[in-house]
Design a protein around this ligand. Structure first.
Ligand code: ADP
Length: 263
C-alpha cells in the first residue's frame, strides 16, 4: 500500500521537522541534507514534483549564534529564527546546487492562508516555481508570527500547502517511525500503528506524549495534519526522516511508517 501510493504520487509535499534537520548542538545536519537532496533529485528524474516545508530555523539560529538557547522571550525566539532561516536556506541551496536545482523560499503566516487574495498570490507563486522546476521551500514566517497569528507549527502549514497545491501525497519526516499507541520514548512496550483510516478511532486509543525540545507540534499536530489532508483525499505518511535512503525505501516499501488514508 505504502509503496503503491508513493509510486503513484506525482505531486509530493515533504515536511521536515527540526529533529530531523538539526544535530543535537543545533548545527544543521549536512549529511542528512546531502542524502536528502540526492533522493529528491532521483524522484524528480522519475517525473515527480516536490515541495518542501521545513522547520529548523530556531535550532539553526542557536547553532549559528551559539547563545539564547534557553531564552523564553518571544522576541529572542524570533531573532533566532531570523538568524537561523538564512543558515537553513544556505544549507538547502548548497545541497541542491549539486544537481543544478534552484530553490525558492516562501515564508507564510496563517493570516496569509485565510485571506483569499493572499492565498491566490501564494498559489500562483507556488505553481510558477514548480512549473519552472524550482523547489519551493516553505516555512512559517516566524519573525512576524506571534502567538495569535501563528499557524502554530509546520505540520499544519504542510497540510495546508498540500491542500492548496492539490498534492497527491504528504510525507512527514520526524524522529520516530510513525504513530504508536503511546510515546515510544517513554514506553518500551508502545505498539506501532501501521495504517490509520479513522482518526476519531485513533484519538480514542492513543496516549499523546511529550514534545521534543525543538519540536513544536508533537504527535497531535501531525494527526491533525493527517485529518486535514485526508479530508481532501490526500494520503499522509509519517516516518523517520533520519533512516538511510528513506525516500527510496518508501518507494520499494521496505520501511516502517504510518500511513493515514481516508477510506
Ligand atoms: P518534529 O520536530 O519532527 O516535528 P515533534 O517533537 O514535534 O517532532 O513530535 C514528534 C514526537 O512526538 C516524537 O519524537 C515522540 O517522542 C512524540 N510522541 C508523543 N506521543 C507519541 C505517540 N503516541 N506516537 C508517536 N510519537 C509520540
Amino acid at each position: 500500500m505504502l509503496s503503491a501510493i508513493m509510486n503513484k504520487a506525482k505531486k509530493i509535499v515533504i515536511k521536515i521537522g527540526s529533529n530531523t534537520l538539526a544535530n543535537e548542538d543545533g548545527s544543521i545536519n549536512k549529511e542528512f541534507l546531502k542524502k536528502f537532496s540526492e533522493q529528491v533529485n532521483f524522484l524528480r528524474d522519475q517525473g515527480k514534483e516536490i515541495v518542501i516545508v521545513s522547520s529548523g530555523a530556531r535550532i539553526a539560529g542557536v547553532g549559528t549564534i551559539g547563545k539564547w538557547m534557553r531564552k523564553g522571550d518571544i522576541h529572542y525566539k524570533q531573532a533566532l529564527c531570523a538568524i537561523g532561516q538564512v543558515e537553513l536556506m544556505d544549507s538547502y541551496r548548497k545541497a541542491f546546487n549539486k544537481y543544478d536545482i534552484h530553490i525558492g523560499q516562501m515564508l507564510l503566516t496563517r493570516e496569509d492562508l485565510s485571506d483569499t487574495n493572499r492565498t491566490l498570490n501564494i498559489r500562483n507563486t507556488l505553481f510558477t516555481l514548480i512549473d519552472e522546476g524550482v523547489i519551493p521551500i516553505i516555512n512559517e514566517n516566524d519573525t512576524v508570527s506571534v502567538a495569535e497569528i501563528k499557524i502554530g507549527d509546520n505540520d499544519t502549514l504542510a497540510a495546508l500547502t498540500a491542500n492548496l497545491w492539490d498534492a497527491d501525497l504528504l510525507i512527514m519526516f520526524s524522529d520516530i517511525d510513525g504513530v504508536y499507541n503511546k510515546n515510544p520514548k517513554e514506553y518500551k512496550d508502545a505498539k506501532f500503528l501501521e495504517q490509520i483510516t479513522d482518526i476519531e478511532e485513533l484519538l480514542k486509543i492513543i496516549e499523546i506524549g511529550k514534545v521534543n525540545e525543538f519540536g513544536t507540534g508533537g504527535i497531535s499536530t501531525k494527526i491533525e495534519a493527517a485529518r486535514k489532508v485526508n479530508n481532501y483525499g490526500i494520503p499522509m505518511i509519517l516516518t523517520n526522516g533520519k533512516k538511510e535512503n528513506i525516500l527510496l525505501s518508501l518507494l520499494d516499501g521496505s520501511i516502517k511508517a504510518t500511513l493515514f488514508v481516508s477510506r
